[in-house]
Structures are given as structure tokens and as C-alpha cells.
Write a protein of this length. Structure first.
Length: 77
């Protein structure tokens, strides 16, 4: 019974650490999130309007996701 209790405590502790790590990751992602204000710092985007900026950000995120998925597939082989 003791080893079962230890396994449960270890699993709970591990899950708390994973949740904490995920929360930290989400905070870091929010800090690094591309915003229209940040986009305007790049050459050629200085005068972009809100709607166009949102569309560009959406496309950049989609492209990044596609590249990441390809990268993952290549590393599974």
C-alpha cells in the first residue's frame, strides 16, 4: 500500500510541475506574441492599419504553424 501511495503522490507532484511549466510557457508566449505595434517596427509595415495588421499576423502564425508541423514530421522519421 505504501508504494501505491508514493506513486500517487509522485504522479500528483509531476502533474503540478507540468501545469506550472505550461503556465510559465503561456506567459512567455504572451510576452513574445506578435502585436500590431510590434509589427509596425518592421520595415514596410510602419503605417499598416489595424485590420491589415491583424490579417498579416494571422498569416504569419499560420505559416509558422505549417513550418513547425513539417519540422515535427521530419524529426519523426
Amino acid at each position: 500500500m505504501k508504494s501505491g501511495t508514493l506513486n500517487i503522490k509522485h504522479a500528483i507532484s509531476k502533474n503540478k510541475k507540468i501545469l506550472a511549466d505550461n503556465s510559465t510557457l503561456e506567459i512567455e508566449q504572451q510576452k513574445n506574441e506578435l502585436t500590431i505595434e510590434k509589427l509596425r517596427n518592421y520595415e514596410g509595415y510602419e503605417n499598416i492599419d489595424e485590420e491589415e495588421g491583424k490579417e498579416h499576423i494571422k498569416l504569419i502564425k499560420t505559416f509558422a504553424r505549417v513550418l513547425y508541423d513539417i519540422y515535427q514530421q521530419e524529426n519523426r522519421k
